[in-house]
Design a protein. Sequence first.
Length: 159
Amino acid sequence: MYLGKNQHITKTAREVIRKHCLTNGLGREDIADELGIVKGTLDNKLKMDPKNCFTVEEVLALCELTDDDSILKTMCAERGLMVYDPIETMPDGGNVLHEVLLGVLNIDIATGNLSKLTKDAVEDGKIDTKEADAIGEALKELRSIERKLEVMLEKSNEE
């Protein structure tokens, strides 16, 4: 699958390859060889030649070869997504960080749900009993998630 020409992805690929070559005393011909293409083709891909685009497989191979996921992060950013690196240096293997991240994301989801319920309820100018109950339940869920996150953080500080 070809990615097409994207200046941000191409610029990031150029930078990743440049850093890897400098760090390891390599040339672009070494990178091209690892990718199974000739140097001229790699050069064209890095110049944004419309006839030569990186494939998904080549991007993955570059990430593996250089041990640098910057190109994938750029691709995700182009789609409005964020990539989080795992924290491997935490004593608990990153479990607390993972749980905190999930807790915060769940708060965001619950807040969005509460906002939608409230918006829908006030559109007609009044909040009926069913709508009030739904908003109340959404608030309870939000408070519950927040409290669980607080308790988890308190426990992680005690350890």
